[in-house]
Structures are given as structure tokens and as C-alpha cells.
Design a binder for this molecule. Structure first.
Ligand code: ATP
Length: 370
């Protein structure tokens, strides 16, 4: 059981700042996923927590103890990598027991049996890694981490070498394992589905900085920036440029092909914004849709996903997608008006891309950055 506190952690490599002043509090028993595109610094951040890469600034606390300068093996953390690096000449049992033997523990056989049972590896204890499937090898690598009973697990893209079916199965296994163990998991991935399905909270990283930390629902339903909005969700959220205008006491975001009422409020100067809408929230507007949120565009592509269809539309100079049960009732070339529940519209500042929310006072300038 462990709480990990990361305070202003920074790592520079020559002229590259891989991690830039990240602060993050991972609660005891959490499954926190560090999510971001390739090169955003997530592995470097994890390696600093593990003690494999020294930070150039900031601190790491484990259960309130400053471990920034503590050697990796003294940290009570176990790391699982993408490449499982099992010893090829050792059996599964000896691979799993290796960390205990290295520490001259006496209860090696009992612990190995316990861990093998948790991970469903009991039948495989006598085999060597080459006699195992990729998923089984990954479980052995997990077993080697588990056997030490560490305070927390650090996992760096542990599923990325598995095929799609096995990834799905192993995701479920990891979630179950986390629930049973109640340990702290800090997990790195660039895969939004892994993050959404396994995390108790997601920390989204971009260019070494934290963009947002929140539950999967929070980052999906209220993305703090256009980066987070665009990174999570498939097909991606449609983002179109517009300006804020006051029309007859009401505020609207109006752009080329897009017109969204935002309720009562005032705004002068035609501030530039980006209007976001997720594909599953759009629907075809009934005739004479009136004054609701509207996107007018031309269908460019309709994709059949089996149970659902996705229609991609050109709206002004931008693109949006609509997703729904098949058939969605749109064909390539259709000129169509789409609408959605106004509460589902996301607004972002065009300058900086931060989310805009309504200020509580309806009589004054209506939108502010979060
Ligand atoms: P990926 O998903 O591709 O592994 P990542 O998000 O884990 O990417 P990091 O591996 O942490 O990213 O790298 C972050 C940045 O730091 C990158 O620009 C990378 O090139 C740079 N970097 C990482 N390690 C080193 C190093 N040892 N020396 C120099 N630059 C490095």
C-alpha cells in the first residue's frame, strides 16, 4: 500500500525538456494512468519514480518519505516493462522467484505458488519462456513484480506487444488484479482505450506537461483543453472555429456552418472560440429545426462499423463526424443540418485551447477559461 506524491518533477536531456514541472498525487490503491502521445515524457516520468532516471528538478515522496535520491531497489516499487525480459534458461517458477532469491528470502516457493495461483500460472511453472504465449509471458513478468509484494506497481506499456484479442483479455485481468490486490498502480500508455477502461484516474500529458488529471468520465465529458478533447474519443471530437456574439440578450457561437446558442449572457468583441461536439451526440436535425444548435455540412464519407455507422462531414473549412446505430440515414453528397443537445457542446478558447465555462453570473461576460 503506497501513496506516491510527485512534486514539480522535471527532467532535461541536453536541450529537450522531457518532463516539465509535473505535480501529481497518486492515492493509495489508485490505478492512475499516464496517457499521452509518443514523446510526451510519460516513460521518463515513470522511470524517475522508479529511480532509473534521476530528475533535474522536483521531488518524489512515497508514503511521505522523500525517495528522490533513494536507490531503485530500496524504493519498495516494482516495475513491469513493455519488453518482459524474462530469463530464457529459467523456468516460470524460477523467473517469478528470482527477485526473492536475489534478496535471499526464505519463503520463495510459497510466495511463487501464491502468485502463480493469483495469475493462473500454476500449470505452467515448469515451462521455459519460449514455451509460452505472449500473454502468458506477460503474466510471468507481472508475477515477478507481484512476488515482492511491493507498495506500488509501475507499468510501462505492458500490453503493447500483445495482439488485439489478448490485449483486451489482459486488460480485464489487470483490472481484476488491481481490485483484488488493492495496490497502487501507476501505468503508462498511449492507448486511450486502456486508459478509459482501467484507470481510476487519468493524467494526460503533452510535451512534458500535465494537461488534465481526472476520472475517465471527467476527462471525456469535460476535457480541459482541445488537446485532451482531441486525444480521447474515437472518431475524434469535431472542433470548428467560431466567434461569440450577443444576439437579443442571448449568447451564440457563430462560425462557417455552425451556430450554437449558449443561453443568456453578453459578450462583446466577437471572441474567437472553438466549438466541439462528439460524434455520438450529433443527430440529423428535423425539418425547420428552429433556433437550436446547428451544423450545416456535406457528407464526404460513411463508414460501416458493423453495429454502427460513422458519417464524416465537411462543415465550412473543418470536419465533424456523426456516429450512430446503422443505418444513420446519410449518404455521400447529402447536404444536411445536424443538431445536438446544447449541454453537450464544448467550447474552447481559440487562443491557448483551454476549456471555457459559463461564469455563474448570467448578466456579465459569460465565458471564462477553466
Ligand atoms: P513513447 O510512448 O514513444 O515511449 P514517451 O511519452 O514515453 O514516448 P519519453 O520516452 O519519456 O516519451 O521521452 C520524452 C522526450 O525525451 C522525447 O523527446 C525523447 O526523445 C526524450 N528523451 C527520452 N530519453 C532520452 C535520453 N536518454 N536522452 C535524450 N533524450 C531523451
Amino acid at each position: 500500500m503506497s501513496r506516491i506524491q510527485i512534486e514539480g518533477l522535471t527532467r532535461r536531456f541536453a536541450d529537450v525538456t522531457a518532463v516539465d514541472g509535473v505535480s501529481l498525487d497518486v492515492a493509495d490503491g489508485e490505478f492512475l494512468v499516464l496517457l499521452g502521445p509518443s514523446g510526451c515524457g510519460k516513460s521518463t516520468l515513470l522511470r524517475m519514480v522508479a529511480g532509473l532516471t534521476p530528475p533535474t528538478g522536483g521531488r518524489i515522496l512515497l508514503d511521505d518519505r522523500d525517495i528522490t535520491a533513494v536507490a531503485p531497489r530500496e524504493r519498495d516499487l516494482a516495475m513491469v516493462f513493455q519488453s518482459y525480459a524474462l530469463y530464457p534458461h529459467l523456468t516460470v517458477a524460477r523467473n517469478i522467484g528470482f527477485p526473492l532469491r536475489a534478496r535471499r528470502r526464505r519463503d520463495v516457493d510459497a510466495r511463487v505458488a501464491e502468485v502463480a495461483s493469483v495469475l493462473g500460472l500454476r500449470e505452467l511453472l515448469g515451462r521455459r519462456p519460449r514455451e509460452l504465449s505472449g500473454g502468458q509471458r506477460q503474466r510471468v513478468a507481472l508475477g515477478r513484480a507481484l512476488v515482492r509484494d511491493p507498495g506500488a506497481f509501475l507499468l510501462d506499456e505492458p500490453l503493447s506487444n500483445l495482439d488485439a484479442t489478448l490485449r483486451t483479455a489482459t486488460r480485464a485481468e489487470l483490472t481484476g488484479l488491481h481490485r483484488r490486490l488493492g495496490s497502487t498502480f501507476l501505468y503508462v500508455t498511449h492507448d486511450q482505450v486502456e486508459a478509459m477502461t482501467m484507470a481510476t484516474r487519468i493524467a494526460v500529458l503533452a510535451e512534458g506537461r500535465l494537461e488534465q488529471v481526472g476520472t475517465p468520465q471527467e476527462v471525456y465529458d469535460a476535457p480541459a483543453s482541445t488537446f485532451v478533447a482531441g486525444f480521447i474519443g474515437s472518431p475524434a471530437i469535431g472542433l470548428l472555429p467560431a466567434r461569440l456574439h450577443s444576439v437579443g440578450g442571448g449568447l451564440r457561437a457563430v462560425g462557417d456552418g455552425v451556430d450554437v446558442p449558449l443561453g443568456a449572457g453578453e459578450e462583446s468583441g466577437g471572441r474567437e472560440v472553438l466549438v466541439g461536439v462528439r460524434p455520438e451526440h450529433l443527430r440529423i436535425a428535423p425539418d425547420g429545426a428552429g433556433s437550436g444548435a446547428q451544423w450545416r455540412g456535406t457528407v464526404r464519407l460513411v463508414e460501416n462499423l458493423g453495429g454502427e455507422e460513422v458519417a464524416h462531414l465537411d462543415v465550412g473549412a473543418g470536419r465533424i463526424a456523426l456516429r450512430g446505430p446503422r443505418p444513420v440515414g446519410l449518404d455521400v453528397g447529402d447536404h444536411v443540418t445536424l443538431t445536438c443537445d446544447p449541454g453537450r457542446v464544448h467550447l474552447f478558447s481559440a487562443a491557448g485551447g483551454r476549456r471555457l465555462v459559463r461564469t455563474p453570473d448570467p448578466d456579465h461576460a459569460a465565458m471564462a477559461s477553466v
